[in-house]
Design a protein around this ligand. Sequence first.
Ligand code: SAM
Length: 327
Amino acid sequence: MLLDPFRRKINYLRISITDRCNLRCRYCMPEEGIPIIPHEEILTYEEILRIVRVFASEGISKVRLTGGEPLVRKGIVGFVSNLSQIKGIKDLSVTTNGILLREFAQPLKRAGLRRINISLDSLKKEKFCHITRKDDFERVWGGIEEALRVGLSPIKINMVAIRGLNDDEIESFARLTLSLPLIVRYIEYMPSGNGEEWKETDILTIPQVMSHLEHVGKLIPVPSDRWDGPAKRFRIEGALGEIGLIGAISSHFCDDCNRLRLTPDGKIRTCLFSDEEIDVKELLRTGGSDIDLKERLLMALKKKPERHSINTHQFKKCQRNMSAIGG
Ligand code: SAM
């Protein structure tokens, strides 16, 4: 079992397998994109598999692939198949913008993926186009339908709620859960990314989201299970699906944080908002042993901060863009 200095059990690794993305969401990136990590600096799948094998032998049991956009990386299906067979990995998931999901849902399911998170900030075609700067709403919706059809479960739809941008859609997203077995999750807008300037007044806090939801129906709390992240779960009375609320800012769930992150260029990050990074790529490429890798993992654990500092005057936006950390 991996314990950090604050006695938190760390069992979750989020892996950003690429910093490339096929969308340009306003709050994340400028239209022209941001400088990308050169190919040769990006961990190969073999390198990632080795890291996961070693970390799984120490207590990592949950892995999420993210990015950038993970489905744009070639060979993702074979990679998922190999990951799903690693002893000790009990929960494997992918976070995607859904653009390529229509093509990939079935092959990924066959490769061993059970569940998926899809990011979607608007159900309106024009608004989607405005936020992402791409006219691809139908492709994403087609991807969600395909994920439902092939039986990926649960399917979580992640919506970053931003005041003045999509707060008029909180209720329409919730209504999706009435007739579809989707888990719609509202995420507080965080100060990260290199997109349009983040302002505290843009955040729609979870209590504010809840007050919108009450117009849709009675919210019934759902008990969390062991694989749940920081989301508070609810079901609208009579709904097929569920609601999740993720208050990264207003409810500070650092006390229960169980995660580490791996960047595309092989750095372990101890917190989304900390620039502390522990290099494993250099170790892998200079003949480091599995024991050396375990040592780096323990080093990362020791450096995990007790909490992020978003709500304090010491807060500094992190150096890397979200696309190169994995949101
Ligand atoms: N391309 C994939 C996707 O769209 O899900 C994975 C990477 S993306 C960086 C992961 C998630 O981070 C998305 O749901 C995105 O909306 C979210 N995200 C990016 N910037 C954010 C911010 N400033 N606050 C909250 N969530 C953010």
